[in-house]
Ligand binder design. Structure first.
Ligand SMILES: O=P(O)(O)OC[C@H]1O[C@H](OP(=O)(O)OP(=O)(O)O)[C@H](O)[C@@H]1O
Ligand SMILES: O=c1cc[nH]c(=O)[nH]1
Ligand SMILES: [Mg+2]
Length: 216
């Protein structure tokens, strides 16, 4: 079977609700931050399905032995938030993946050229090839930032087929770039919007996610 980019938009009322709150220009920063946290929680919950490795065993209930399944503690799990805005999704992701290591990657787009540059890289030199990596960034617009993040990860041994991207709004240019470069990668998004405007903003989108999370 040929692999392709998988993009899931989970049809969940909580995801729809918090997306609506985040989209509304009248939502103040404090509530916007809560909405992004909730989206991080529920999208990470969905992303963990058939991704977090488990091990089967037997436990003794007070009454009898019983087949049981635990999360496998041997397989490394990592969350990579793309600063700044990816930090907004991190807290929710950590409620689902409390034992994951967190490796920060700071990327910022040049407002004119839309080219991303890296100002902080806390990735390890090499990842265990079995590592499950969950990247958080609320906005996949032109795709420059997420492609930079994927390049930094894969050159350190990360397997794209074991990688999940959690975002809030994904736009076609970013999804097309990911699809061409990383078949087998999986994206979880609250929504896919139609366009990116000349200034690099997703329309209708939700505006500048980083500025709205941090009130700047
Ligand atoms: O797909 P792209 O066109 O690269 O755009 C998406 C990027 O833009 C935003 O970051 P920004 O550069 O605004 O930095 P910030 O998170 O610090 O605000 C967003 O959080 C993504 O990382
Ligand atoms: O619409 C957009 C596009 C990129 N980054 C944002 O924060 N918003
Ligand atoms: Mg920004």
């Amino acid at each position: 079977m040929t692999q392709q980019l998988l993009v899931y938009v989970p049809p969940h009322p909580l995801i729809k609700h918090w997306l609506a709150v985040a989209r509304d220009a009248a939502t103040p920063s404090v509530l916007f931050r809560s909405a992004i946290t909730e989206l991080g929680r529920w999208l990470s919950y969905e992303a963990a399905r058939e991704w977090l490795p488990t091990q089967n065993t037997v436990v003794n209930t007070p009454l009898a032995p019983c087949a049981a399944t635990f999360i496998d503690p041997q397989v490394p799990v990592a969350v990579v938030p793309i600063l700044r805005a990816g930090l907004g999704l991190l807290e929710g992701a950590q409620t689902v993946l409390p034992l994951a290591k967190v490796y920060h990657l700071g990327l910022v787009r040049n407002e004119e050229t839309l080219e991303p540059s890296c100002y902080l890289n806390k990735l390890p030199e090499k990842f265990d090839p079995e590592t499950r990596v969950l990247i958080t960034d609320p906005m996949l617009a032109t795709g420059g930032s997420i492609m930079t993040a994927m390049a930094e990860l894969t050159q350190r041994g990360v397997d794209p087929t074991l990688t999940r991207i959690v975002c809030v709004v994904a736009a076609p240019p970013a999804l097309q770039k990911l699809s061409a470069a990383y078949p087998g990668l999986t994206v979880y998004s609250a929504i896919i919007d139609e366009t990116v405007n000349d200034q690099g903003f997703i329309v209708p989108g939700l505006g500048d996610a980083g500025d709205r999370i941090f009130g700047t």
